[in-house]
Each structure stands twice: as C-alpha cells, then as structure tokens.
Design a protein around this ligand. Sequence first.
Ligand SMILES: [Zn+2]
Length: 315
Amino acid sequence: MTAPPTLRLRLKKPLARGIRELKLLDPTISDLAGLITGVKPVTYTDYSESDWPYIKGLCDALGLVYSDPEAAAARRGKHLGAAPGGRRMLLLAKKPGPLKAATAAWGKSAIDRDWGILLGYPECCVDAYIRWRTGFHEKKDLVRFTAENTPAGEPWDFRLNNIVNYFSRVYGADERQSRLISDLNQRAGLLISIAHVASWHSCSYLCRESSKKAAAIFGFFEEYAPAYAAGLKRLLARPFLFVDKYDFLPLEKKAGAGWTYAYPALPLGLLPPARAAALKSAGALELAERGLKLGGSTLKTGAAPIILNFSSRNL
Ligand SMILES: [Zn+2]
C-alpha cells in the first residue's frame, strides 16, 4: 500500500521564524492546529524528555504558554500518578488565563463539563459525550450513538469523522483490539491516532459548532500542508459501512441498491476472516437486516450494519 508513516509534517511556508516543519505527535497535530487557530484555548499532551527541545522551541516561536499540571497538582497535595512509561504531562495554551484555569482543573474527570469546555469543545458536544459515557457506552459505540443523533438526508461533515479516533472511546476490555487495529493500519502506512481533523467527538456529524471549529483546523492544514489536508480528505470524506467499533469498511459509492468498494482500503477495520475473503472476491455489497449481501450470499454481522454518509460535498 503506502510508504511507512513519517512523523514529521513539512510545511509549505514557515509558520513562524524557524518553524518549517511540525511533528505529527506530542502534541497531536490536530490539537496543535486547534491551539494555533484559536479553536482550542488549551490542549494537553504527554511527552518524553527528548521531545522537550522541540516543544520549547515551538512555544517560544509561537508565543504559547505551558505548565506542568502534575507538578502543580503535587504542590496542592494531589497525587495523580505519572504519565505512562516515564513520560511527562504538559498543558499548552495561547493565553495565561485559560492555562491557569486548566492547571487548577487538572485531574478532573473526563466527563467534567467545565474541563471539556476549557479544551474548546462545543457545549452541545460535551453534553452529548457525557450522556453517552454515563448512559450508553457499554451498550453502544460512540460512533453509532452519534450517527443516530445525526439528521438523515444530508451528506455528513468528513471533518467530524471519528471512525478511527479511539481516544476517549476505549475502556480496558477492548484494549487488545484497539492495539491490533492501530498496528494493522500502521503496517499499511496509516497512523490512526492522527487520522482525523477534529480530535474531539461531536454531538452529531452535522453539529454546526463543531463543523465551524473543524473547518478552521482543516483550513490550517490546507494553508500550511495542502498534501496532508488532501490525504485526510481522501481518507475521511467517503461513505463507510459501520457494524461496530472495530468492524467497518470504507466504501466508494452508491450503485443501485448497494454500494461499491475497493478492498482492502485504508482505514482498515478488524473484519472476520470469512467476510474479508468474501469482500475480496466481490466488488459491491448490499445491506441486509442483520448482515450483508455479498456475491450472492448473505453474511451475518455482529450488529445491524449502517452507512455513515461522510462526504466531500459538505464543504
Ligand atoms: Zn455539538
């Protein structure tokens, strides 16, 4: 398929004096773009000591402020535990006010409303996420929950496509699958931890507030790294067949009563071997009530399949 992923993004023009490239991780590129464009007042990342010269250089060049939230929490007598693997945590902001508030709020739960809003997520989306986490997350994956909350009929905003964004969507029991899908895609050239535009989970795939913020982030990529923006769009702006959290398939287009696809195509889902084999020999599929019609036979799926109608037309 494609070449192994590179961890640096070369910019079309300097972002600031001396900044001609950005790292894709630590901080995650979409969060950094959110901070630079003003979409996110605050973001956080973990990092290893060897990343510090890059992060410090970035903050100095872009006028970002930062704090060590765990050291601040320890001074307040809180012991939160270190980041994994001896890594450290860092809060980054454009302005001191939100940085101060985030440092004071560090250690709050991921379903704390104020914390979500400090990170720049729209209120409607924070509320929907809390509703899912508190009432639904064991019964229904967040993507299906969000799809059901999205009005039908209009093509959805690909910049809100979170199909492979497992951040805040994995809870212990499926950690193994989460690692498997990450390794599978990485071997094929795709880092799924950055395969999104908006890093947060929106309340609907047509949420106006989230679309506005995601458009600013995508605009940043288009301006500074147009090939990267085009790659994200190719990956995300298409219909998907969705069965469950790790069981999905990117589709090409509608054809008669069904859909055409190329298999395998990125991003890769974790599919049962019988379905993978059937997909390889057919080129189109149709949805059945609890399965798929593929090459003359019906294959059962673990849950009712649905179509996620992400499209480039919604620009
Ligand atoms: Zn929303």
